[in-house]
Design a binder for this molecule. Structure first.
Ligand code: WT7
Length: 653
């Protein structure tokens, strides 16, 4: 395909001939990819490939599975749909993600290539070649083995954004154990319930973490969590902040002391894993308070994340890739730790806040490390945009060639600022829609796709996405509907840990008849076939791109002795996307006051974490409920926003 046709064919259902039947209107807000991006793209025939992939998804993913990873033993079957919705990919294949991320590179010239560059919030720097990272991972893998961790065991990891977090993850997967990383911004109860659900006997944490020049007491929180979930018998503590911590004898061990023992040998074989063996659990918020452990498996996840990184972010041997997420979320799992290493890339990781100590921190890092591709979130972009252009203009950003966005819809104004000021009108923006459950990018441009600010554009190769009505019929262009995925893909979550029924119920019941995956999002498609994500349809609120379940915050509030019942809603916010507004009904005899409101906010911070703290907290005498007793959050939301309250026929009184 010529550059020209790659450029002009970005529309759903366009014929292969290169003659578009329906080009995005020229006068609309359309950004054509620069010729250089098209000419050099890893996948120049991307549009043809999309059609080919959907024509035969098994052949397509078979080719990718051979292209991006190595297998110890080949698979017998690409896809087994006989147990749908419990799909199996690459059946019978044997592989290991740490092998593909490290071992195989160490056997060739990449041995001395930089795998990871890290900068601390205070400016300290560390680098790891593939060889060095491989050795650290092997050493820690041997430590874990010596502590009795076996294939299939779960290990919970609760750390700050430091290289040891990636080392811990890779060491766990190397020996065939299953990690559950809990974001370092979560607090006691959130951590305790995740440990409990995963039944982890071993916890890896830090003394503390740096954030905005202050320390977060991770070990104290971990201690409290372990008290609440006594299943943990061993805690490994990595020293980061050097603050004083309480070490419990015969339970707590220092990382650096263990790594100095003879047992920590720098050679450790990667355990051959079945493609469908558990790889990791990652908890995410759903409609109930109980954390939902999304399970990914060893084969398909690797294939999917490495393919998307290579195709969407066009990753090349000489790139310096920076995914600015936290490894504690799926974005960090997939695009900081695993996929870049699988592809043999050089990745950059930064410990701290985007605007610390000054609002130019990100741009300074881009300049200093000659970052070529930057992948961040709308909330960070909006937050930095607010300080004006001058902070970015001070820096040489000419190394950048591609930008990315993830986590929530990016408003066109922020998109244009990112494009103009950071990308200097040279860098296409990959607005990638996906979820913890999807493993990797699902609706996304690639560098050859014409862009519209605010649209995640088109489904990735092999992804059959649609916007449908409740009855499953396809929506008209620009009609809001349910965002569904009609066919399986290798990166899909396989189940909810320990609760397969919940997996079926959450994702596969809304369109059970058709056998489609329901994303929980609403969206619309425009006349060009471009997708516009509207937001969550369930009781999930996106605050600064973080996914929070109303139920989790509500249970934290109700766990306070003064609160009888609570309801939380998300209210749109310019900076954070949404903020939480909490309504509390107090116990008899307790009266609401500003002081109590503060106490309750602090309580939420303590139980769930700072991201869950309500921006507003009101005291109410009653909550609107349906006759069956469900809280009608929709009514609260309409009331707060001064919107029409709509249909209230199910309201109890
Ligand atoms: C939810 C998933 C994907 C990794 C980070 C979030 C929202 C995500 C976009 C985007 C509009 C987006 C959706 C989705 N979302 N990316 N580019 N445009 N919305 O993973 O925490 O599992 O959240 O984030 O609502 O369902 P997550």
């Amino acid at each position: 395909m010529s550059d020209q046709s790659a450029n002009s064919q970005a529309i759903e259902g366009a014929p292969h001939s290169g003659v578009p039947d329906n080009l995005p209107a020229a006068e609309s807000d359309l950004y054509q990819p620069p010729q250089s991006a098209i000419a050099n793209a890893n996948v120049a025939n991307y549009l043809d490939l999309r059609h080919e992939a959907l024509a035969d998804i098994e052949a397509y993913w078979d080719a990718r599975a051979r292209e991006v990873i190595d297998w110890f033993e080949p698979y017998e079957k690409v896809l087994d749909a006989s147990g749908a919705p419990f799909f199996k990919w690459f059946v019978g294949g044997k592989t290991n993600i740490a092998y593909n991320a490290l071992d195989r590179h160490v056997k060739m010239w990449r041995k001395n290539k930089l795998a990871l560059i890290w900068e601390a919030e205070d400016g300290e720097r560390r680098t790891y070649s593939y060889y060095q990272l491989w050795q650290e991972v092997n050493k820690f893998a041997n430590v874990l083995k010596s502590m009795g961790v076996q294939k299939g065991d779960t290990v919970t990891i609760y750390m700050g954004r430091i290289p040891e977090l990636a080392i811990a993850m890779l060491a766990v997967t190397k020996i065939g154990a299953v990690h559950s990383v809990v974001y370092g911004g979560f607090s006691e109860q959130a951590l305790a319930s995740r440990i409990e659900d995963a039944q982890s006997k071993l916890l890896i944490t830090c003394d503390g973490a740096w954030l905005r020049g202050k320390t977060v007491n991770l070990k104290d929180i971990a201690d409290e969590a372990v008290k609440r979930s006594p299943i943990v018998h061993t805690v490994i503590v990595c020293q980061r902040t050097m603050q004083e911590v309480q070490m419990t004898q015969a339970r707590d061990y220092w990382w650096h002391e263990l790594m100095a023992l003879p047992i920590a040998s720098p050679v450790c074989p990667s355990e051959p894993m079945d493609a469908e063996d558990p790889l990791f659990i990652l908890y995410t918020s759903g409609t109930t308070g109980r954390p939902k452990g999304v399970l990914h498996t060893c084969g398909g996840y690797q294939v999917y994340t490495a393919t998307t990184l290579k195709y969407v972010f066009d990753l090349k041997e000489d790139d310096c890739w920076w995914c600015a997420a936290d490894p504690g979320w799926i974005t960090g799992h997939s695009y900081i730790v695993y996929a870049p290493l699988i592809l043999g890339a050089t990745g950059f990781m930064y410990e701290g806040a985007p605007d610390y100590p000054y609002p130019n921190r990100y741009w300074k890092l881009v300049e200093e490390y000659s970052i070529t591709i930057l992948y961040t979130a709308p909330t960070a972009i909006r937050g930095l945009m607010r300080f004006g252009d001058a902070w970015a203009e001070r820096h040489d950003l000419s190394s950048l060639r591609l930008l990315g966005s993830v986590g929530e819809p990016i408003n066109p104004e922020a998109w244009r600022w990112y494009h103009r000021v950071i990308g200097q009108e040279r860098c296409p923006i990959m607005d990638t829609w996906w979820q913890t459950e999807t493993g990797g990018c699902m609706i996304t441009p690639t560098p050859v796709i014409p862009l519209k600010p605010g649209s995640a554009t088109l489904p990735f190769t092999g992804i059959d996405a649609a916007v449908v009505r409740e009855d499953g019929s396809t929506c008209e262009p620009n009609e809001d509907g349910y965002l569904v995925i009609k066919r399986p893909w290798p990166g899909m979550a396989r189940t909810v840990w320990g609760d397969p029924d919940r997996y079926v119920e959450q994702y596969w019941s809304e369109f059970a008849k058709q056998g489609w995956y329901f994303t929980g999002d609403s969206a619309r498609r425009d006349a060009d076939g471009y997708f516009w994500i509207i937001g969550r349809m369930d009781d999930v609120i996106k605050v600064s791109g973080y996914r929070l379940g109303t139920a989790e915050i509500e249970s934290a509030l109700v766990s306070h002795p003064d609160v009888a019942e609570s309801a939380c809603i998300g209210i749109p916010d310019e900076l954070r996307g949404n903020v939480i507004h909490a309504f509390c009904m107090l116990n008899a005899g307790v009266t609401g006051s500003p002081d109590l409101a503060d106490t309750l906010k602090l309580h939420v911070r303590h139980e769930v974490g700072p991201i869950a703290v309500p921006a507003e907290l009101s005291f109410v005498d009653s909550l609107p409920k349906t006759r069956s007793g469900k809280i009608m959050r929709r009514l609260l939301k309409a009331q707060v926003q001064g919107l029409p309250i709509g249909d209230v026929s199910t309201l109890a009184e």
